[in-house]
Design a binder for this molecule. Structure first.
Ligand SMILES: Cc1cc2nc3c(=O)[nH]c(=O)nc-3n(C[C@H](O)[C@H](O)[C@H](O)COP(=O)(O)OP(=O)(O)OC[C@H]3O[C@@H](n4cnc5c(N)ncnc54)[C@H](O)[C@@H]3O)c2cc1C
Length: 394
């Protein structure tokens, strides 16, 4: 899992730094690079990189919480499919692995297109994670009354635990998906990418940031790809002298979603549009069939394994360590060396993660894993080659 990017004013500051080594008004936290460059030159050390980033302060006493979530993974990919359940139409929308926030609007769009066509009357949505809430909103936008039935509401959902990068990673096995599924994936990605852009701002907790991601060195003479995917704008490999990281990196801009804020706002939107929430666990298809609505969307995430008997669905456990917020950190980072990990900058804290444990069901944080996450990130942030002045080491 990885990171993000910025088309916001700060990215302009950063671009200025890259090109000219100067600092814009919004870049006070980056000041000091010039001094670092002068010191490096006088001591004959390698020249300081032109991009100077503030380090994340990684230490135990800055940890504000440790959390664990279970990614609802299927090797053959998410399920968006309609079937009959007695006299009802049941539309599945679950199994998004480590990409549920990213794909949410997209697969929910596919699900509602499948379900709503020709339907009349109220709609039931099972689940109040990101899939249930986006499905509910899209059904409401199409003019249907909605009731959401869920065992747990935000903030008690897996969706609240997500790191929040808008990047579809870790949700399928290349060898196990069909061409038809790939077409659904493309369509979902396209819609979700555009829909999230409409929500950029503090109210939904969505913003653009720059993501740096460790990449393997380019062999001498090899062609350097100049861009990635259409949904990863401003993608490029950075030259060693351009960036402060202790490994080769590429960058791109991506949206970062703050799940707590985003889900809270979606719940409000559902309620404002007349939607109802019923806190209830559905224990079997028979109970689902007894609901009053004749159209039901199944957005129960990992819960679909038990509720509808999908044994291809299993958890990939992820543990996160959240550090005190550091407002000056406006970039994200992913790396495989130094033990591996990722860092997301959010207003509710700096998110450190990178663990993927297949078929692990425990949601209790493991102190040894917390230690590993802290150590790997300390190693990286201690070795940033350029430090803005006034910032202490990690
Ligand atoms: C550590 C971690 C980091 C992640 N980072 C990212 C990221 O950066 N970007 C990204 O895109 N994705 C990320 N994800 C993945 C993302 O969190 C999931 O794919 C997404 O939350 C799945 O959403 P969902 O709505 O399907 O499930 P959930 O959020 O689990 O919601 C399921 C809902 O269904 C309800 N439910 C379940 N069973 C029943 C039942 N029998 N009866 C009634 N209600 C039921 C639950 O109570 C809940 O309301 C991450 C996940 C983890 C764990």
């Amino acid at each position: 899992m990885l990171l993000l990017s910025a088309a916001d004013p700060l990215s302009i500051t950063r671009r200025r730094l890259i090109s000219a080594g100067t600092v814009g008004a919004a870049g006070l936290s980056l000041m000091g690079c010039t001094g670092a460059a002068v010191r490096s030159a006088s001591s004959a050390a390698p020249p300081a990189p032109s991009l100077c980033l503030p380090p994340v302060k990684v230490s135990r006493d800055r940890v504000i919480r440790e959390i664990v979530g279970l990614r609802p993974y299927r090797a053959s990919g998410f399920v968006v499919r309609a079937e009959a359940l007695g006299a009802k139409r049941l539309v599945h929308n679950y199994g998004h692995g480590g990409a549920g926030i990213t794909l949410s609007w997209g697969t929910s769009k596919l699900a509602t297109q499948l379900g709503l066509q020709g339907h009349r009357g109220p709609v039931a949505v099972l689940g109040a994670g990101v899939m249930g809430l986006t499905t509910a909103r899209l059904a409401q936008e199409a003019g249907f009354p909605v009731t959401v039935y869920a065992e747990a509401l935000p903030p008690e959902t897996t969706s609240n635990i997500a790191g929040g990068q808008w990047l579809a990673t870790g949700h399928y096995d290349r060898g196990a998906v069909t061409e038809a599924w790939r077409a659904q994936f493309r369509s979902a990605t396209d819609y979700a990418y555009r829909r999230f852009q409409l929500l950029v701002g503090d109210d939904y907790g969505v913003r653009w940031v720059t993501q740096y991601f460790e990449t393997s060195p380019t062999p001498p003479g090899a062609a350097v790809p100049s861009r990635g995917y259409a949904t990863q704008p401003n993608w490029r490999r950075l030259q060693r002298q351009e960036h402060p990281f202790p490994f080769d990196v590429r960058q791109h801009q991506l949206m970062m979603i703050e799940p707590g804020r985003f889900l809270r706002r979606l719940m409000q939107d559902v309620q404002i549009a007349g939607g109802k929430f019923v806190v209830r666990r559905l224990a079997s298809p028979t109970e689902v069939a007894a609901l009053p609505e004749t159209l039901v969307f199944n957005c129960t995430g990992l819960g679909a394994r038990e509720l509808f008997g999908d044994k291809d669905l299993y958890p990939i456990r992820g543990q996160l360590v959240i550090l005190l917020p550091q407002p000056e950190i406006d970039y994200a980072l992913g790396f495989q060396s130094h033990g591996g990990g990722y860092m997301f900058p959010r207003s509710d804290g700096i998110v450190l993660g990178g663990t993927h444990d297949e078929n692990e069901w425990s949601t209790t944080p493991d102190p040894a894993v917390t230690d590993r996450i802290i150590v790997s990130h300390q190693q990286v942030f201690r070795t940033l080659r350029c430090r803005p002045s006034g910032l202490t080491s990690a």
